[in-house]
Design a protein around this ligand. Structure first.
Ligand code: GLN
Length: 505
């Protein structure tokens, strides 16, 4: 029998249900893996070893007493450190919230725990989820399990590294502009960003409320389907949560979508794309067309990438996102004033204004400060119309392009990331270069659509390559079925990084 760590989440769940392995064994195995490998990977900001083992023992005891529990009974998972839990800390990888103990648990985490999942710990991220590489964490640098000199992607870099490094069976991340899909792509995992409103945001520390969604990072498409099914559903505690039952994601997963119409975005899949990433997209195209899918070229004109005379890249989607997201962030982060929430300066000040400004100056990192200033600027009187209002109009145009594309096709296929994982430090000096990392992911959030990233091979350097599928609102089951068609045909095996020794590749 293979060890608990080798099993996918779905396999582990079945093995637990069959009594072939106990939850305590599985949890211990993951805690041992964390002790062995997380010194280098640094995926976890906190590990709840004692709590996890207690709950695992309770799951085993309940099963032995004839109460098998929910869909995830006894399965060890990780959660991103921007989801509130009434145990441990909720830090957002920020000095501002380093000691923050939330009084309640996020609905998404609760749903997982109600289904029986065992939370092993919380994972590292860019501070307040602002970033694409996890280099903006103020707590630690997470490394890519495929190469410790490279970034894991971000902002859910800890989540992706915990899955790829076999430090949990599955993870929760959050995606505002690509933060689930990008790290999933760079670490060789599957990452799904649900339709806006599908998963409750209650208890997710807000970055940009009109864009944020929680979703799963896993080893396989089936694992993502299982977690999506558990996560989705109406929550009266989140006014943007849609009143629809959770979709059945697993039931039809193995049934290929008949006559699937796949759109290739002309503006994205061009000769300007990194050649190895292009080949990965071609492989996925081949896999789908071999199974009877029809490939059609479509256009998303407002999500195109322009090349300036100086060779610099630009995109309406990136510009629009960085106005909308920073405007919302500047408002959401106003609560961290050292009074309502967060770090309070120890230095004596003249008045409350000085106290608040010192507290914020000390506790926020540079990227967060930059975004608060940018967002405050674009919302200020005189600039609101020129920037924020205009960005909202561009957002509508971007969403309209997707709407038209989905009149012709069922899903869109393209790259997730412009390139495989880059070296730590390679993009930190130039924020614009870093922002362009999200050029293929953030228009999905602006349009509120679901999308999934999945592995599509390895680069010559041995780094994961990925493709992304996007779909119309509420079509998570279709996306997962199409992703499964690619996964089955490419047959990449377990995508195990070199640092995970002793497991078959
Ligand atoms: N990289 C993007 C940003 O920095 C998206 C982050 C996210 O999805 N949380 O805003």
């Amino acid at each position: 029998m293979s060890s608990a760590i080798e099993m996918t989440l779905t396999q582990l769940r079945d093995a637990l249900a069959a009594g072939a392995v106990s939850s305590v064994e599985a949890t211990r195995a993951y805690l041992d893996a964390i002790a062995a490998r997380d010194g280098t990977i640094r995926a976890y900001t906190q590990v709840f070893a004692e709590r996890a083992l207690e709950r695992a023992a309770a799951a085993d005891a309940a099963r032995a007493a004839g109460r098998p529990g929910g869909l995830l009974a006894g399965v060890p998972v990780s959660i991103k450190d921007n989801m509130c839990t009434d145990y441990g800390r909720t830090t957002c990888a920020s000095r501002m919230l380093e000691h923050f103990a939330a009084p309640y648990t996020a609905t998404a985490v609760r749903r997982l725990e109600d289904a029986g999942a065992i939370v092993l710990g919380k994972t590292n991220m860019d501070e307040f989820a602002m970033g694409s590489s996890t280099e903006n964490s103020r707590l630690q640098q997470t490394t890519n399990p495929w190469d410790p000199a490279r970034v894991p992607g971000g902002s859910s870099g800890g989540a992706a590294a915990s899955v790829a490094g076999r430090l949990c069976a599955g993870a929760l991340g959050s995606d505002t502009g690509g933060s689930i899909r990008l790290p999933a792509a760079l670490c060789g995992c599957v990452g799904l960003k649900p339709t806006y409103g599908r998963v409750s945001r209650y208890g997710l520390v807000a970055f940009a409320s009109s864009l944020d969604q929680i979703g799963p990072l896993t080893r396989t498409v089936a694992d993502a389907a299982l977690l999506t099914e558990v996560l989705c559903g109406h929550d009266p505690l989140d006014s943007t949560s849609v009143a629809q039952p959770a979709p059945a994601c697993l039931a039809e997963l193995e049934t290929p979508v008949d006559g699937l119409r796949v759109g290739l975005v002309r503006e994205w899949v061009s000769d300007r794309l990194d050649p190895q990433t292009h080949q990965a997209v071609d492989r996925a195209v081949g896999a789908l067309s071999d199974q009877g899918a029809r490939i059609v070229e479509v256009s998303l004109p407002h999500s195109r990438i322009d090349v300036g005379r100086d060779g610099a890249l630009s995109s309406y989607a990136v510009a629009c996102y960085y106005i909308v997201a920073t405007a919302e962030a500047s408002s959401n982060l106003a609560r961290y004033d050292g009074v309502h929430y967060g770090h309070r300066t120890a230095e004596a000040g003249e008045d409350i204004v000085e106290m608040v400004s010192r507290s914020r100056a000390q506790a926020f990192g540079d990227e967060v400060k930059q975004r608060i200033m940018l967002g405050t600027y674009t919302l200020s009187s005189g600039y609101y119309d020129a920037y924020y209002l205009k960005a909202l109009k561009v957002r509508r145009l971007i969403a309209g392009d997707f709407h038209r594309a989905f009149e012709q096709v069922d899903v869109l296929l393209g790259p997730t990331s412009p390139e495989p994982a880059f070296a730590i430090g390679a993009k930190t000096a130039d924020p614009l270069t870093m922002y362009l990392t999200d050029v293929f992911t953030l228009s999905t959030n602006l349009a509120g659509l679901p999308a999934i990233s999945l592995p599509a091979g390895l680069s010559r350097e041995g780094l994961p390559l990925a493709v992304q599928l996007q779909g119309p609102v509420f079509q998570e089951p279709r996306l997962l079925r199409a992703a499964r068609m690619i996964e089955r045909a490419l047959d990449l095996g377990a995508m195990i990084p070199p640092c995970v020794k002793g497991l078959p590749s």
